[in-house]
Design a protein around this ligand. Structure first.
Ligand SMILES: [Fe+2]
Ligand SMILES: [Fe+2]
Length: 248
């Protein structure tokens, strides 16, 4: 029994949407088959695979269905987190998705899933990605205030969801946590955030996140130990499609 994580499969079996520029490298060619092959060799039926969002380019559930079917066929138990591109997943309809895919997929949002004596707690999260004003030396000297206000509101909503999930897990007796985010825990210019603070408040063992694509973005946020918590990036291209082992 083992717990693995990876994010950003960006599947598009039913939609003709092309991956954006940063997803056009060799690493993404036929990545669906390579990832499935890696999972078949690695993941046993009683293992759990956490998929950290950006599952599908589908704009609705019909377009995403073949992508979700592909995920259903991967070995092990699958738990899905919502990513910014997952248009098929209305946050308010998570319970509907859970009943539709009961016994095949589990959707993590405003709830938690147990793994051994850990509670797996997670939400999409949010980070401020600009637009920034940059000087001639490439240093950030300001940003769009309206965009920042919008980002702050989204962070607040995500924090409410996360806090509710932690509280739910605590009320059911859990005191050990793995925290999952789609977005990195900190924005490009930060070393701490509401997300790192809540991880410290609940003394989570590990924070795993995705969303960062391409060499230039892999180090946008924290990787490694910080204040006693391990932070890991698990976007598919960062991991070269090899799921990251989180727990035995
Ligand atoms: Fe992504
Ligand atoms: Fe993303």
């Amino acid at each position: 029994m083992a717990l693995y994580a990876i994010g950003d499969l960006h599947l598009h079996f039913a939609s003709d949407l092309r991956a954006p520029g940063q997803l056009n490298s060799k690493l993404w060619q036929n990545h669906e088959q390579r990832f499935a092959d890696i999972c078949e060799a690695l993941i046993k039926p009683d293992d759990t695979l956490l998929l950290l969002g950006d599952h599908s380019w589908g704009k609705n559930l019909d377009q995403a269905a073949p992508d979700l079917d592909y995920i259903c066929r991967l070995p092990g138990k699958k738990i899905l987190l919502r990513g910014n591109h997952d248009m098929f997943w209305d946050a308010k309809k998570t319970a509907q998705l859970n009943s539709m895919y009961e016994g095949r997929l589990r959707f993590l949002q405003n709830n938690f899933y147990p793994y051994r004596d850990f509670a797996l707690v997670g939400t999409k999260g949010y980070t401020f990605e600009g637009p920034f004003r940059v000087n001639a030396r490439g240093q950030v000297i300001g940003w769009d205030e309206n965009a920042k206000k919008h980002a702050d509101a989204l962070v607040e909503r995500e924090m409410e969801r996360l806090e509710a999930s932690f509280q739910d897990a605590c009320s059911q007796g859990y005191s050990r946590f793995i925290m999952l985010l789609h977005y990195p825990p900190t924005s490009v210019l930060e070393r701490e955030s509401d997300f790192t603070r809540i991880a410290e408040k609940y003394r989570v063992q590990q924070v795993v996140y995705a969303h960062c694509h391409g060499q230039a973005r892999f180090h946008d946020s924290v990787i490694g130990m910080m204040h006693g918590i391990r932070y890991d990036l698990a976007s598919g291209d960062y991991l070269k499609w090899q799921p990251l082992k989180i727990l035995p």
